[in-house]
Design a protein. Structure first.
Length: 141
């Protein structure tokens, strides 16, 4: 079974905890790295500052509402750069705004998922994301 690096871009500690638990419960090998704002996400992907020795993510779980740079700004930056546009990005957010959904797909998000409110449903959604993107999809090297 393949192992991937997942970058979680999330500023809500509760959602970070639930996501971490959901990924751990799947028993699928992965490395989860977490950053708390949009600028840190860009620095991570571009290996700047504290992130210069990080391994490039194979998959990014990105919130829309983030400090410093919002998820749309991060998405646009990554998806317009030929060095990084191949990285799948999943918007995993509380926003169900049709404007956010449209803007995300206009910037080439790979999929947009509104976070379920109930913790069990949230963990199940994360588990399904992980299973699909690790076991079903062929990711670029």
């Amino acid at each position: 079974m393949k192992s991937i690096v997942i970058l979680l871009v999330e500023d809500n500690e509760g959602d970070i905890l639930l996501t971490t638990e959901a990924l751990a419960s799947c028993k699928i090998a992965n490395t989860l790295r977490v950053v708390n704002d949009g600028q840190e996400a860009i620095d991570f992907v571009y290996k700047k500052g504290n992130y210069r020795n990080e391994i490039s993510p194979d998959l990014i779980l990105l919130d829309v509402n983030l400090p410093k740079k919002n998820g749309h700004e991060v998405l646009h930056k990554i998806k317009t750069d030929s060095n990084f546009k191949h990285i799948p990005i999943i918007m995993l957010t509380t926003s169900s705004s049709s404007l956010d959904v449209k803007k995300a797909y206009s910037n080439y998000v790979n999929c947009y998922i509104t976070k379920p409110v109930e913790p069990y449903d949230f963990m199940k959604a994360v588990s399904e994301i992980e299973n699909f993107w690790i076991n079903v999809v062929e990711l670029p090297q």
